[in-house]
Ligand binder design. Structure first.
Ligand SMILES: N[C@H](CCC[C@H](N)C(=O)O)C(=O)O
Length: 283
């Protein structure tokens, strides 16, 4: 079984083309591919499939390295776009990808830079990642283990919470991240971002992801953080999000518009999974 290892600003992926039907998806396979000792190692697996919407060139699905499924992956979308541009004959200046979150315009804007239409961030209470909050607000609060945690929340097709910090380097990522994820307020868990505002067009962000832990970058998390802060009026509608693994450009011209995310997609290597080890994943 052939695969491609890629990363988007350090958020790393195994890309699998399932369009030939040669591989049957299985949770054990995702855990094997994600395992940094016994397998290939990645934050998420991206599977490429035939589109359901005929306006799309291809559909991608996202599996976290713990085997759980995700509804969106921004860094992964750029890598899928770059992978399709290498493998298929497409118009790199304008094609459409399909994900569980919807349809996404994709275009190459430089050698390894891609712009993806990520769709609208959702702030309606029914779309938020947590239960028990009837009204949409700019800031929510939860008491977790006697500690009051305030946060913003939105959905990019996957759930995001955002905690503001004064200094990103000392943010309590590995403490508050799992605590919010384990809270019954988040029935489907949540990706937890920690943001420090540097200026009106520049923030720093770290993300403790659902199903993967802290990653070097999270594209949907960058969209979520920027949208929460733009909606509050704390930053401008075009901003750089600096993550540990690199920078992403987020543009959200109006609340009723979609978000454009621009950033890198990098090929690392192509490989093949040994048949014997593959057999163990479908036992
Ligand atoms: N790293 C991805 C997010 C994966 C989302 C996944 N962690 C989940 O929602 O469960 C990104 O660049 O958007």
């Amino acid at each position: 079984m052939r695969f491609t290892k890629m990363h988007g600003a350090g958020n790393d992926f195994v890309v699998l083309d399932l369009r030939g039907g040669q591989v049957a998806p299985a949770p054990l396979l995702w855990q094997l591919l994600g395992d940094r000792h016994r397998g290939v190692g990645c934050d998420q697996i991206l599977t490429i499939e035939a589109p359901r919407d005929m306006s799309a060139h291809a559909r991608y699905a996202i599996w976290n390295s713990d085997g759980s499924r995700a509804g969106q992956c921004g860094n992964g979308a750029r890598c899928v776009a770059a992978w399709l541009a290498r493998e298929d004959a497409i118009d790199e200046a304008n094609f459409v990808l399909e994900s569980p979150a919807g349809l996404h315009r994709a275009e190459r804007v430089d050698t390894d830079q891609w712009r993806i239409g990520m769709g609208q961030p959702r702030f309606e209470p029914s779309q938020l990642p947590m239960n028990g909050f009837a009204d949409a607000a700019d800031v929510y609060a939860l008491d977790i283990g006697g500690e009051r945690i305030t946060f913003g929340a939105t959905s990019m097709g996957n759930p995001h919470a955002l905690v503001m910090v004064e200094d990103i380097d000392t943010a309590p990522v590995s403490h508050i991240g799992p605590a919010l994820q384990a809270s019954e307020a988040f029935p489907d868990s949540v990706n937890v971002g920690f943001a420090q505002v540097l200026s009106r067009d520049h923030i720093r962000l770290r993300v403790f992801e659902r199903g993967a832990g802290e990653t070097l970058a999270c594209g949907s998390g960058a969209c979520a953080a920027a949208a929460i802060l733009m909606r509050r009026g704390d930053i401008d509608r075009r901003a750089i999000v600096s993550l540990p693994g690199g920078d992403l450009l987020i543009e959200w011209p109006r609340d009723d518009a979609g978000i454009d995310m621009t950033g890198p997609a990098t090929f690392v290597f192509d490989g093949a999974l040994d048949g014997a080890i593959l057999g163990k994943t479908h036992a």
